[in-house]
Write a protein that binds this ligand. Structure first.
Ligand code: MN
Length: 320
């Protein structure tokens, strides 16, 4: 990370009193972890920190210290706005007023639009939590146990337990440093990645009962009806996409999750090195080379047909 950029960010943290931290809608472990890692560290130097996620915290991350401070709307006096793990302004959702200006953008998405005054974007980083872990001291901040636990949770979830294609020895060194500072790896690994509810598995069952596999692409869908029948309370796929992406002989996995009002959330995972963020971008989404998503208008059937065709064509172009 550029030293000058870090110095300017440090200066902004020093001068600010009331700091707002936001992250993306449908937050994952890195959104929650990097928000808490930075937020709790700023509280240690007596800053008034507001942490806001438009969709709140997914229950699986309730074990992290400080989650009870995270609100759904920004309130009160603020003099610095920081976005973590957000590729663009739109992903922040309703956590910010429409005319807000973001001062600092700390992220690792390849699709990042550099929307802030200071953009600390490292697309090689496996997680935003890793960027923070590497730069916290240079930002004048220190590691407490809740901070290292939050940051390691971000690393673990975005790397799916240290196994995504962008993993390297440096990321393991960053993780090892966090463990040396007190983070309990087996405990965090189990809580963030292994534990799941019975309802989630019933929901998986619905998706797995009509899974498709053609042209090295595996895909399935989850309807509102499936969600209701399973008693699953989230609006996501309960990580079923990560199970699909483990199946032998695939180049890509795609999942379609029906939302309200003819909207379908689509997630892609790639195993062949193909950049699925470019396919997601064609549908107004984005993300990483190996993992991307988009929100697409239409019925489940329409969106499924359109997206699978586009995904297939993108793969054909690459293999020709
Ligand atoms: Mn991330």
């Amino acid at each position: 990370m550029n030293e000058n950029l870090i110095a300017q960010t440090h200066q902004k943290f020093r001068n600010a009193e009331h700091i707002l931290i936001v992250s993306h809608v449908r937050p994952d472990g890195d959104a929650v972890g990097s928000m808490l890692g930075l937020g709790l560290a700023l509280q240690e130097i007596d800053k008034d920190v507001h942490m806001v996620l438009a969709d709140g915290v997914p229950t699986q991350f309730n074990f992290l210290s400080g989650v009870n401070q995270i609100r759904r709307k920004a309130e009160g006096q603020l003099d610095l706005i920081v976005a973590v793990d957000c590729a663009d302004m739109e992903r922040i959702g309703s956590a910010l007023a429409g005319d807000s200006v973001v001062d600092i953008n700390i992220d690792h998405h390849i699709s990042n639009t550099q929307f802030a005054e200071l953009n600390l974007v490292d697309v090689e980083a496996v997680a935003t939590g890793a960027i923070l872990a590497e730069n916290l001291p240079a930002l004048g901040l220190s590691f407490t146990l809740p901070v290292v636990e939050a940051l390691l949770t971000g690393l673990l979830t975005d790397s799916q337990g240290f196994r995504t294609l962008n993993m390297n020895s440096n990321t393991l060194r960053v993780a090892a440093d966090l463990i040396d500072k007190g983070a309990d790896l087996p405990e965090l690994y189990t809580r963030a990645l292994v534990n799941r509810s019975f309802e989630a598995v019933r929901y998986w069952g619905a998706g797995l009962s009509h899974v498709n596999f053609e042209n090295r692409i595996i895909w399935t869908s989850l309807s509102l009806k499936d969600r209701k029948a399973a008693g699953y309370s989230g609006r996501d796929d309960a990580d079923l996409i990560n199970l699909l992406s483990t199946i032998d002989g695939i180049d890509a996995a795609v999942i379609f999750i029906e939302q309200d009002l003819e909207k379908v959330k689509v997630s892609w995972r790639s195993r062949a090195g193909l950049d699925v963020s470019q396919i997601a971008a064609q549908f107004g989404g984005g993300g990483h080379t190996a993992a991307s998503g988009a929100m697409v208008s239409g019925t489940l059937e329409e969106v499924e047909a359109r997206v699978i065709e586009t995904t297939y064509n993108a793969f054909m172009k690459v293999s020709l």
